[in-house]
Ligand binder design. Sequence first.
Ligand code: P1T
Length: 382
Amino acid sequence: MKFNTKVIHGGQHHDPSTGAVMPPVYQTSTFVQTSPGQPLNPDYEYSRAANPTRTALENALASIENGTRGLAFSSGLAATDCVLRSFKAGDEVIAMDDLYGGTYRMFTRIYKDSGIKFHFVDMNDLAKFESLINANTKMVWVETPTNPLMKLADIAEIAKITKKHNVLFAVDNTFATPYLQKPLDLGADIVMHSATKYLGGHSDVIAGALIVKDAALGDQLHFQQFATGATLGPQDSFLVLRGIKTLHLRVQRHCENGVKIAEFLMNHPKVERVYYPGLASHPFHEIAKKQMIGGFGGMVTFTFKSGKKEDAIAFLEKVKVFTLAESLGGVESLANHPALMTHASIPEDKRKEIGITDDLVRLSVGVEDAEDLIEDLKQALA
Ligand code: P1T
């Protein structure tokens, strides 16, 4: 099955009891047993462990990422937390040096006293990255493209190294989506999503996902998932599943609009730098061309010539079609100030070091008419 068919049919079947085309929202916490320990349907006994609406979503997730097992969580961070729970004191994790602020906060604060050591590195210096791997290294974690600086990591090259050293490799595929990038095909072991974003696609649900190819790893993560409990409820599972059915159409338009907005900003006299992997001037454009198929996404970040925080704030207070809000990946365009909003949990010196300056603005370009978006940017930059 090809991707555009998979988003609609992958892992799906009509409801066996009613023939419903969409899986019903099985709004139930528990399932009947005919004798103690013998559920009527052996797959379902309690919804924290499994629920048919969530199963439908998890099967769709596995299908669109070319995995064998999908797991749906109550948030993207709950999915990340599930992966980290596999490790113990003394283990080491190597992470990319540009991550969503909440992921960085989890690694540096929630797991601070766990005894797990986190290294934050430039994943484009492959020799330096490899030199950090030792007998305690258990996992490599990257986002690509990163939030908010749109850096890229070469998934296939990193996978060669992690395979050589027998280290797990996890990729946060939130920004790219499986429409543009398939980390499991490129050698990653785990794909993670904030399904709140493009998979859900309508800014109406908080959800997370993990997808793997290896069955034993899938079982291990599923055990962590149901034994700790951050599973996705049936109503939210339905919403994400519905969102996935138009993923290909939406991301195509996000990409078209993303290019137009990036080019408009590039040519605007008040704009200093535009971070968009589709621009030939982007430092990681060659990696983007290699591993992102069919487009470069809808996330565009930029800075002001003045370098002033006040200019970024004035712009964000003036936008009308873009909405000033955290999050991304929905049909509507959003604008965000990473330093004050999504990445405020990263200490100021660290933010400055990696390039999240106070004049940096991140746009999640939606699927509206590009001309309206450009008019809005024009008036807000004036
Ligand atoms: O918000 P949640 O569903 O828990 O997902 C966390 C997360 C993980 N990975 C990436 C790349 C993300 O962008 C996010 C959430 N990001 C935002 C809310 C934001 O506005 O950047």
